[in-house]
Design a protein around this ligand. Sequence first.
Ligand code: G3H
Ligand code: 13P
Ligand code: ZN
Length: 311
Amino acid sequence: MALVTSKEMFQKAYDGGYAIGAFNVNNMEIIQGITEAAKEVSAPLILQVSAGARKYANHTYLVKLVEAALIETDLPICLHLDHGDSFELCKSCIDGGFTSVMIDGSHHSFEDNIELTKKVVEYAHERGVVVEGELGRLAGIEDDVNVSEEDASYTRPSEVEEFVTRTGVDSLAIAIGTSHGAYKFKPGQKPQLRFDILKEVEKRLPNFPIVLHGASSVIPEFVDMINANGGNMPDAIGIPEDMLREAAKSAVCKINIDSDLRLAMTGSIRKYMAENPAHFDPRQYLSPARAAIKELVKNKLINVLGCDGKA
Ligand code: G3H
Ligand code: 13P
Ligand code: ZN
């Protein structure tokens, strides 16, 4: 099977009341862990590449690794640019074989966001590629950009119809209280999402796929594993799984997960190294790391996103 866009996946997810997992990938072990899990439970997948991942691993390596995963799994896989910040970056990914791009103009004014997003949509649609836009600003850290809580802002439902109509985007990321990274809420703070905003957006955009970024649950098992093996992470709080399950049943068709993969990988490597201090073959510590990612993703696909059996 060739790479697909997210068009059909989203329509089925919207109609079926589940969500597609969009997992960030940076190397072979991460791609293998995710795609082996999806194959076992027969789930469609979005594999997404940030500008930082592209810089780290190289565009061609990532595309070829994802093509290898297609051969190995025969699953519907969409290859997506995560948080594209310029027309040039989106163009380069479209020209280089991606089937979906995000243009994140959320830090621009409403009008400038529309102008930039529209330009990317025109280029992408002419080439059969789909586009995700964003309205509202999430707090947290992506790449070199650190958005403070004060600078973050919820999506204004009153703006979504105009944004979608004028840009022609295929899906829309909204800010309802999720945030990037492992520290989504302050210690002692009760995690909360603005489901009222999501409902209002749904009402204004019938049959339209919504995207949630910053949706890692920050599984305590992995934070504990890091801290029990020489790490020193402060209290980290993520999005509770029941909230994500609720979101997946709504118009939310794509749920982004990166930090949970990082924690699983780092936790298992730290544990392996602590238990085997004399080992130095990377295959020895990367094997359990890949297995940890696989287990984590399998659990998400079945118990959180509900997209198992939907490939
Ligand atoms: O939303 C951001 C993702 O977690 C990607 O992070 O830009 O550090 O690769 P990165
Ligand atoms: P997390 O940091 O919660 O995993 O979010 C990832 C993300 O939104 C990627 O775009
Ligand atoms: Zn994101």
